[in-house]
Design a protein around this ligand. Structure first.
Ligand SMILES: [Mg+2]
Length: 393
């Protein structure tokens, strides 16, 4: 069997209401759907992350550049294909858009391998379990004057109505800052820390003591602010704090992780096994969060998970794009012994998670989500939804 063609399809879904994270407003959700086609009419489906920049850039990198390393290859040689793409783009790749493009192709190739072998991906990788607990990932800031009340109700609904046993909320936004993207170089305002303290307290009250509470300041703080806030939040029994400071400051992460009692989790913004090697060996984090659609696909995320296992660290993959990303993350976590949760994006009923595929993922009564038992990722695309939201580039 040979790979004959790769197609990259940019998709954009506008959110009904603008929400904010620490680094600015979010008005839409975007992704690049990747299809790897073969001469035997079997097609693999993948996703490349896109968190900014024009979608046409990722599409061009995949179709005009990376495809030349992939077309003509046998999809069973996934490691060879990965290395060809990585070494071929050495001088301008290694992080960012090129690795996101590679991730989309690699996920599609693993979907293909599963279809060829008629085996679900998690079993192909070496099954460890057939379900994993999901945590509800949401809790953004709104512009509403009753923001804290809205947040508490939202987080409570994940527990009471949807059976989640863990929820994650955002921290780190400074409403006084006009240039949100430059937050990392500024002193964080006292009122924003006060606001975050109130938000966490209100959510803890709403979800009760038994639910795991995860917080994510999205790189907005510095070392001192993080330690101060974590100490102040001691009574709130946080499960982890995610990416509190910029990922580039690995020394800072190491200091934080050695001085606080809750685990530092990260880093979705780290790329490939090489950057995760630094995070893991220096104990910058206790919980490792590779994003399958932007750290190098299944091939690379699995290596990162194994590296974490060798250091007795949990691997809880980042998953914040579409149902394809979620499917890949579920299969990955079900194939490794060192995972407790998978991230399940719940932002305002994110349609890229709920409507992109015909068989979206349900949470059972105990808060578990199951990988499909169909071959590969086991997902079926909803073509009508996709056609409606294809971005004209
Ligand atoms: Mg995050």
């Amino acid at each position: 069997m040979k790979i004959t063609e790769i197609e990259a399809i940019p998709i954009k879904y506008p959110l009904k209401e603008t929400v904010h994270w620490a680094q600015g407003p979010i008005t839409e959700r975007r992704m690049v759907l990747v299809k790897v086609k073969t001469d035997e009419n079997i097609e693999g489906i993948g996703e490349a992350a896109i968190f900014g920049g024009p979608n046409i850039t990722t599409k061009t990198i995949i179709e005009k550049e990376l495809s030349k390393y992939v077309v003509g290859e046998n999809p069973m040689f996934s490691e060879r294909i990965w290395e060809k793409m990585y070494m071929g783009t050495m001088q301008h790749g290694r992080r960012g858009l090129v690795i996101c493009g590679m991730s989309g192709i690699d996920i599609a190739i693993w979907d293909l391998i599963g279809k060829i072998k008629e085996t679900p991906l998690y079993q192909l990788l070496g099954g460890f379990k057939n379900k994993v607990k999901a945590y509800a990932s949401a809790g953004f800031y709104t512009d509403n004057v009753n923001d804290i009340e809205i947040l508490s109700k939202e987080m409570e609904s994940f527990v009471r109505e949807k059976n989640f046993t863990a929820v994650k909320m955002k921290l780190g936004r400074d409403p006084e800052s006009k240039d949100e993207v430059f937050n990392q170089y500024k002193a964080v305002s006292r009122s924003s820390l006060e606001l975050d303290f109130k938000r966490v307290k209100a959510v803890r009250e709403a979800i009760g003591e038994k639910t795991d509470l995860l917080v994510d300041p999205n790189n907005a703080w510095n070392v001192k602010t993080t330690i101060k806030m974590v100490n102040r939040l001691e009574d709130q029994h946080l499960y982890f704090i995610e990416e509190p400071i910029p990922t580039d400051d690995k020394e800072g992460l190491k200091i934080i992780n050695s001085r606080i009692d809750i685990p530092v989790a990260g880093c979705e913004t780290a790329y490939t096994q090489y950057e995760f090697k630094e995070l893991i060996k220096n104990r910058c984090v206790d919980i490792v969060q590779p994003g399958v659609t932007w750290t190098g696909g299944i091939t690379e995320a699995r290596k990162i998970a194994i590296m974490a296992s060798a250091h007795h660290m949990l691997c809880i993959p980042h998953s914040y794009n579409s149902a394809i990303d979620l499917a890949a993350a579920i299969h990955l976590t079900c194939s490794i012994p060192n995972s407790e949760y998978v991230e399940y994006d719940q932002t305002d009923g994110n349609a890229l998670t709920m409507n992109l595929i015909k068989n979206p993922f349900d949470i059972d009564k105990e808060g578990f989500v199951k990988p499909s038992d169909k071959p590969g990722l086991g997902i079926e695309l909803n073509d009508r939804f996709i056609e409606k939201y294809i971005e004209d580039v």
